[in-house]
Design a protein around this ligand. Structure first.
Ligand code: UDP
Length: 469
């Protein structure tokens, strides 16, 4: 009988950090059943119920361990989201080390896989005589940017947003400085330094697993995997996304409404697991959706001026209280508004959904691609603007609204884009390209597909490490 290969997987706190690594673990053990995954969970307070739900019904060869949670009092109140997440990882290192050592004493770990915010967990690899892998949950464009950042940091002086020319990374769509992630926008800020430090760690690991697929980002992937690039091996193994809905009760209510709508007629509107809009922006979005005359399904959160405000959990307010007066009544035939959370996969899979107004989080991006749903790209934070550039300028499967000078997307602009996507000629072209991309994403995951083959290469490397080859 073949020896079991143990892998430790360590995500950083946050729903959209944990789920991709869990889905990756599921795919790994499904394709390579002789692997055993130990999933080690770092959390701020207790993990949200949406995350806990996912830990039920895991295959027997995935085991999970909760480290003692870090409390919000342990973290600086005014620190931004990325800093809080990374500090939670730092503070969890002693208990993490304890778990890893105890695991390694029982069975040798072939590799530790972490996400980019949990790279400090890799500081134990030498001691444990194991391999270091990063699961990069965004796409190849963002990975390429991160791998090049230490060089760009040296080559470009001043702020990136002030550089007049677009940055041309090998094989990638050109990027303007203003499209780069928020922490990159201010060199004097602590989060810039932390971001830069994280990108340097990417350069020193045994392998980088990227949640993309060759057919989608071929040139970018090729450029990074060439030996001359000097980067660690890059393995495109995606698209890996949520495999199921996690909110059955609300699910049935949502789906019933969608069942009564014509095919491809509904625009799904959602800003990820924690994206929020300001009150003014909620008003404009409501106005735009109503004005468009198109059917919509909107997952609404209470307003905040910090766009990632609900990422680590939201308050108790009822989001529906923040809609313009009379909106729900006026649009009761046109739309469905659900507070805070909806079963996104089931919605995107529904035949009545014909468009997705999305904040372009990478998971939402891939889920939309897998379901062949064209997008309106409305990035908020993190690397979402880069994803929006890839979707609009690179893959041409999305429309992007113009943001006015006051930072707001106005209702008229929203209405124009929604109509164009849902019933215009441009929308038809975009939909056609999205269908092709959907087929390519399906192929990548087939038994002989590019991403399946790549994951087998990784599995072999891990087994060889275990066997001392
Ligand atoms: N999601 C969901 N229901 C919601 C909002 C989000 O199931 O109402 C899921 C979505 O399907 C995706 C994840 O949460 O898997 C969001 O991840 P993404 O990378 O798109 O954005 P983030 O949450 O990191 O901003």
């Amino acid at each position: 009988m073949e020896k079991t290969t143990h892998i430790a997987v360590v995500p950083s706190p946050g729903f959209s950090h944990m789920i991709p690594l869990l889905e990756f673990s599921k795919r790994l053990v499904q394709l390579h059943p002789d692997f055993h995954v130990i999933f080690i969970i770092i959390s701020i307070e207790s993990p949200p119920s949406s995350s806990i739900a996912y830990l039920k019904n895991l295959p027997p060869n995935i085991q999970f361990i909760f480290l003692p949670p870090i409390t919000k009092q342990d973290l600086p109140k005014d620190a931004n989201l990325a800093v809080q997440i990374q500090l939670a990882v730092t503070k969890s290192l002693p208990s993490l080390k304890h778990e890893l050592k105890s695991l390694n004493s029982k069975s040798h770990l072939a590799a530790i896989v972490v996400d980019p915010f949990a790279t400090e967990a890799l500081s134990f690899v030498n001691e444990l005589n194991t391999l270091s892998f990063i699961y990069f949950y965004s796409g190849a464009l963002t990975l390429s940017f991160c791998l090049h950042l230490p060089t760009l940091h040296e080559e470009i002086s001043g702020e990136f947003r002030d550089v007049p020319e677009p940055i041309q990374l090998p094989g990638c769509v050109p990027l303007y400085g203003s499209d780069l992630p928020d922490p990159i926008q201010d060199r004097s800020n602590e989060s810039y330094k932390m971001f830069l430090q994280r990108t340097k760690t990417l350069l020193s690991v045994d392998g980088l697993l990227v949640n993309s697929f060759t057919e989608m980002e071929e040139r970018a992937i090729k450029a990074m995997t060439q030996k001359e690039s000097g980067f660690p091996p890059v393995y495109p193994i995606g698209p890996i996304t949520q495999t199921g809905s996690n909110s059955e009760e609300t699910g049935s209510e949502c789906l019933k409404w969608l069942d009564n709508q014509p095919p491809n007629s509904v625009l799904y509107v959602s800003f990820g697991s924690g994206g929020t809009l300001s009150q003014d922006q909620i008003d404009e979005l409501a106005h735009g959706l109503e004005l468009s005359g198109q059917k919509f399904f909107w997952v609404l959160r209470a307003p905040s001026n910090v766009s990632s405000a609900a990422y680590l959990g939201s308050g108790n307010e009822n989001p529906l209280d923040f809609l313009p007066k009379g909106f729900l009544e006026r649009t009761k035939e046109q739309g469905f508004v659900i507070p805070s959370w909806a079963p996104q996969i089931s919605i995107l899979s529904h035949g009545s959904v014909g468009g997705f107004l999305s904040h372009c989080g990478w998971n939402s991006t891939l889920e939309s691609i897998q379901k062949g749903v064209p997008l309106i790209a409305w990035p908020l934070f993190a690397e979402q603007k880069m994803n929006a550039v890839l979707l609009t300028d690179g893959l041409k499967v999305a429309l992007r609204p113009k943001v006015s000078e006051n930072g707001i997307v106005e209702g008229e602009e929203i209405a124009k884009l929604v109509k164009s996507l849902m019933e215009g000629e441009e929308g038809k072209e975009i939909r056609k390209r999205m269908m092709d991309l959907r087929d390519a994403s399906t192929n990548a995951l087939k038994e002989d597909g590019s991403s399946t083959m790549t994951l087998s290469q990784v599995a072999l490397k891990w087994k060889n490490n275990l066997n001392g080859i």
